[in-house]
Design a protein around this ligand. Structure first.
Ligand SMILES: *Cc1c(COP(=O)(O)O)cnc(C)c1O
Length: 367
């Protein structure tokens, strides 16, 4: 058997991609907001049912530039239970992350713990929809409205999801998506921001292109974060196959659930009936006392069979070398505990059910 990685990038048929990019050999327009960029932007507007969206080179630049576009200062309340990009995007804007603990049931920021972290310096909240679990958007909005704070969602895990029929990109002031090769929908590398205020869109457009207003007017201290035409073309193709890919993910996801639900010492991610999921990840929380093995031992057992899982998220941001001297992991004990117990199992569209069964057999000791 060949190696089973934790994820495997979705790709369109080769001929389809070749056909999509062939026009570039006629117009020689490779980047700087060409036809493919325009077409993908329009497709995403309708697919995600959002009013505005800006495409970028990756999800990290989406976060970094939207924070810059909002001209924030001081402190940003966020979660340490995330991919390090979230935290870096705050720090790289000379803002201070203030870590709030998470809800043990869905791993997203615990909205009840936000208010006591607010100080006169707080300017925004940056929550993350972890594993596609949607944050407590109602409570977060109430707090943000009360204190006049901006809300920027890291929606990298929640692409194409809906809550009560509403596209996830419609919540907060902005939502940031990642189209990295390993995500449910990819443009090889890529990202986007959906946003409410058109002024934010103007700034984002400018900031992703060096702060250039026009050829002779540079008004912003921008970066270079333009999505190129080859990446946009990959997105156009992948979007056509998204429903099929999601369905295949769901089948694998359901099989895992069937096999692992109810096993003592293993807790699965609880899905909510009002959310349309994208089936991006399959995390398990392993209680070593009850299960008789910790997650590191499970990871090793799988790796011995050439099956690769991931401790995701571990370490939490506040435990990383670059932040551990500034923060104390014990300030967010639940996030810390989850990071010690979580293991994310392989999940991608082409993962066949026999392999899911094998993974479950290895975990439960049946092989
Ligand atoms: C993937 C990811 C990012 C970063 O996106 P890139 O496209 O890889 O730059 C940020 N936050 C979270 C939660 C992610 O999963």
């Amino acid at each position: 058997m060949s190696k089973i990685m934790v994820t495997r990038s979705s790709m369109p048929p080769k001929e389809e991609y070749m056909a999509e990019i062939s026009s570039m050999w006629e117009n020689h327009w490779l980047t700087n907001m060409g036809d493919k960029h325009k077409q993908l932007q329009e497709s995403l507007l309708s697919r995600l049912e959002v009013d505005n969206i800006e495409l970028l080179t990756n999800g990290h630049m989406a976060l970094e530039l939207v924070l810059q576009a909002m001209d924030l200062s001081g402190e940003v309340i966020t979660t340490p239970y995330t991919f390090i990009s979230t935290t870096h995007s705050i720090v790289r804007n000379n803002l201070k992350p203030v870590f709030c603990d998470i809800d043990p049931d869905d791993y997203t920021i615990d909205a009840e713990k936000i208010e006591k972290l607010i100080t006169p310096r707080t300017s925004a909240i940056l929550p993350v929809h972890v594993y596609g679990n949607i944050c407590n958007i109602g409570a977060i909005k109430a707090i943000a409205d009360k204190y006049g704070l901006k809300v920027i969602y890291d929606a990298a895990h929640a692409f194409d999801e809906k809550v009560d029929g509403i596209g996830v990109g419609n919540f907060g002031d902005a939502s940031c998506f990642s189209f990295h090769a390993t995500k449910v929908f990819n443009t090889i590398e890529g990202g986007a921001v959906s946003y409410k205020d058109e002024e934010i869109g103007n700034k984002l457009y400018q900031l992703k292109n060096f702060g250039i207003e026009d050829a002779e007017t540079i008004t912003g201290i921008g970066a270079n974060a333009k999505m190129n035409e080859f990446c946009a073309a990959m997105g156009i193709c992948n979007l056509r196959h998204l429903d099929g890919e999601k369905l295949k993910r769901k089948n694998a996801f359901d099989r895992y659930t069937e096999r692992l639900d109810g096993i003592k010492g293993i807790r699965l991610n609880k899905l909510k009936p009002n959310v349309e999921y994208n089936y991006a990840y399959f995390p398990i929380i392993v209680d070593p006392k009850e299960f008789g093995m910790d997650r590191n031992q499970i990871q090793k057992k799988l790796a011995d069979r050439d099956i690769f899982s991931r401790k995701y998220f571990y370490p939490i941001s506040s435990a990383c070398d670059c932040y551990k001297d500034t923060y104390d992991v014990n300030e967010t004990p639940i996030a810390y505990e989850m990071s010690q117990k979580v293991l994310t199992l392989p999940l991608y569209a082409d993962l066949d059910l026999d392999t899911v069964d094998l993974i479950c057999d290895i975990i439960t000791g049946d092989t």
